[in-house]
Design a protein around this ligand. Structure first.
Ligand code: ATP
Length: 580
């Protein structure tokens, strides 16, 4: 079922809302602590005014002489700074730690969602792109969360307090200082839009580079083996150059902002200095008050600068949040009925009834496909390459759903069976053995939840894993490497077969289990298959006539044969198979 994710107007809020519930207290405390620190930060210019206007001017205050006033002013500066910095440290730590926990939850959610999405979705989404969303995009979103928590409220409060204090000290100078703010606001709004667009392009390009790098690293053997053909290097080079281009544009767009803002703000400071200096000369303002006003000017401009930086950061994170939301909101999965039932015991058999399926709807691989396999029988599917043999097995596992018709186990449609129960009822040996980067034993144990060491070793023995496992230094505990790169094709296949052997599932699906084995090993594997096929229903795909010979029923999937035509290649076989 294809239901594309709806784009959302506020992706950051949409993505973060469900994962920050339990962090609300920590985030709130961080914002409050940061705001409290602002009060002490803003008190810092006053000891300076006290020193200039009273101590240095030798005017006693509250019975204290110049020396005492200087000592008092010095101590106050240190104390205010100590409290303000402690508050800021506490605020940052609370926000950063909460953001890390939110990030871990978000990564888990993206992983959980992505792994349940249909294989049609995964066929389109490249794994490198997905990893880039899981790591870089989540990281960017966390930057925004920390900034909004530890910066937004303190900056707004700082701005308001400074405005009030400036107005109290000198309303005229306050107005003058504010004159440049509208100009800055106009620049900020335009800048935000440009940064957002530049960042969207940069993130999309980074995703493409990650996808292409993952593909190239996964196939590094092909890259080296075909080094005469510079195509892979060209692909990477082009993607890298494209990313460089959009990144340079994005950083240029961002970098332009800071000097523009600083110059506009310097104009305000210059105006205040000229007009305020005149007032001091005319005796209408004290030197201390002018110092306080200029100190507050930078305190006024710092939140203005901070808020505009925050708006750039939000624009960046918006692009990342939208990419995460794409995955989280996607509903393209193999659906499960609410009243889905456990898999039946497979006592009567399985059948495909008038099945139509294509990876793309416009290009059916199977059309009008019928097949019946009685329980306890072994059925072998033959056919030319690309005819759809592996597809038949994938449909039985519900890795994909049929487009029309139905597949039944004991008369129950697969779509009415709980997915997990169905997959536990099937032991599958895929054509590409799908091994994880872990030990041989753990790879075999994947075949049956709760399989103990003795069962794993017995399955290994039956599938001829013993032959090579005992020659490795770690035996069954040897790591197989990424994509089992440290094993040969035949060895990988034997581990995949051992997985099916350890499973007690009533239905066994084997996709070319003897491919890449030497004749002696193939014969031994066939014996192992015969042994573990006893009492189970088996559907296998093979080009190996020796393996086909153990089947009770052999059918050929012929892409040129009209649907509904029976084809049996072994006497006594009772199957129906066809393909339009
Ligand atoms: P072989 O004997 O070579 O393994 P097969 O009979 O098992 O071939 P399938 O793997 O079932 O063939 O593929 C049937 C058709 O579906 C092929 O034309 C193939 O290109 C196409 N196909 C397979 N997997 C996908 C996929 N994930 N996305 C799109 N098309 C696919």
């Amino acid at each position: 079922m294809v239901r594309p994710a709806k784009p959302h107007r506020h992706p950051i809020r949409r993505v973060l809302q469900p994962v920050i519930q339990s962090e609300r207290k920590a985030l709130g405390a961080s914002a409050l602590l940061g705001t409290a620190a602002v009060a002490f930060e803003l008190a810092r210019p006053w000891p300076l005014a006290l020193a200039v206007d009273y101590a240095i001017a030798r005017r006693p205050l509250a019975g204290l002489g110049p020396q005492s006033l200087l000592l008092f002013a010095g101590a106050a500066v240190v104390l205010f700074t100590l409290i303000a910095e402690s508050g800021e440290l506490g605020s940052t730590l609370l926000a950063e730690r909460a953001a890390e926990r939110v990030g871990a939850r978000l990564r888990q959610d993206v992983y959980d969602r992505a792994t349940t999405l249909s294989l049609r979705w995964h066929d389109r989404m490249r794994s490198g792109e997905l990893v880039s969303r899981l790591t870089t995009d989540v990281g960017r979103l966390l930057d925004a969360l920390v900034a909004v928590t530890a910066q937004l409220l303190p900056d707004v409060v700082r701005l308001l307090l400074v405005l009030i204090l400036l107005t109290v000290v000198s309303p005229g100078l306050a107005l003058l200082a504010l004159a440049v703010v509208p100009l800055l606001a106009v620049f900020a709004v335009r800048q935000r839009r440009r940064v957002r667009i530049a960042q969207q392009r940069a993130r999309a390009e980074a995703g493409l580079l990650a996808a292409s790098a993952t593909d190239l690293f996964r196939n590094v053997r092909a890259v080296q083996a075909f080094s005469a053909n510079a195509r892979p290097a060209q692909v990477f080079h082009q993607r890298n150059a494209a990313l460089l281009d959009v990144n340079v544009r994005a950083v240029t767009t961002e970098a332009r902002w800071s000097p523009v803002a600083n110059v506009v703000l310097a104009i305000g400071t210059g105006l205040v200095l000229v007009v305020g200096g005149r007032e001091v000369l005319d005796g209408r303002l004290s030197t201390g008050d002018l110092l306080v006003v200029t100190a507050y000017l930078s305190a006024l401009y710092s939140p203005v600068r901070g808020l505009s930086r925050l708006s750039g950061l939000l624009a960046k994170s918006n692009a990342s949040a939208a990419r995460i939301q794409d995955v989280l909101a996607c509903t393209e999965e193999i659906a499960e009925d609410e009243d889905a039932r456990p898999a039946p015991p497979l006592v009567s058999g399985l059948w495909f009834a008038d099945v139509r399926f294509g990876y793309q709807l416009s290009r059916p691989v199977l059309d009008g496909f019928d097949l019946t396999v009685a329980a306890g029988q072994t059925c072998c599917v033959l056919g030319p390459s690309g005819a759809g043999k592996s597809t038949v097995l994938h449909l039985l596992l519900r890795l994909y759903d049929v487009d029309a018709g139905g597949i039944m186990l004991d008369g129950v449609d697969l779509r009415s069976i709980r997915k997990q129960s169905l997959r536990q009822a099937v032991a599958f040996v895929p054509q590409d053995p799908w091994l994880f980067d872990t030990t041989i034993a753990q790879n075999i144990a994947l075949g049956a939840a709760g399989a103990d060491r003795a069962q794993v070793l017995a399955a290994g023995r039956a599938a001829l894993v013993d032959e090579f496992a005992h020659q490795l230094p770690g035996g069954y505990d040897s790591l197989v490497g990424e994509a089992a790169a440290q094993l040969s094709g035949g060895q990988r296949r034997r581990i995949a077969l051992a997985r099916a052997v350890v499973s007690k599932a009533p239905l066994m699906l084997l996709d070319e289990p003897t491919a890449s084995l030497d004749p002696a090993s193939a014969a031994a594997v066939i014996t192992a298959i015969e042994r573990c096929a006893a009492g189970r229903t088996v559907l296998m795909v093979t080009h190996d006539p020796l393996l086909a010979a153990i089947a009770d029923q052999v059918v050929t999937l012929d892409p040129h044969r009209p649907a509904g035509v029976n084809l049996t290649t072994l006497p006594g076989a009772a199957s129906t198979i066809g393909r339009r």
